[in-house]
Design a protein around this ligand. Structure first.
Ligand SMILES: [Ca+2]
Length: 86
């Protein structure tokens, strides 16, 4: 879990932001828009900062078990698809 967080947090500042979500999915061959990435972040972010820290990440994945970046990416993709048209 920590490994997945670290691999998404490219600049190692301890928070995940929109551009890092986009980059992480891009490296797995998935292209998402900035608004989709924001939607993903908002679903994880609990204090409205539009960034995700380790505590928010940990809490979120307590209820959405995914251990590898690949599983997380698949889960996020599912989120953005099911939100489309809502
Ligand atoms: Ca970061």
């Amino acid at each position: 879990m920590r490994l997945a967080f670290n691999s998404v947090d490219k600049n190692n500042d301890g928070v995940i932001e929109t551009s890092e979500v986009i980059a992480a999915l891009k490296s797995l061959g998935m292209n998402i828009s900035e608004s989709q990435a924001k939607k993903i972040l908002q679903s994880i972010d609990s204090d409205g900062t539009m960034t995700v820290d380790w505590d928010e990440w940990k809490y979120y994945f307590l209820f959405h078990p995914a251990t590898t970046v690949n599983e997380i990416a698949r889960f996020w993709k599912h989120c953005t698809i099911s939100d489309a048209g809502a």
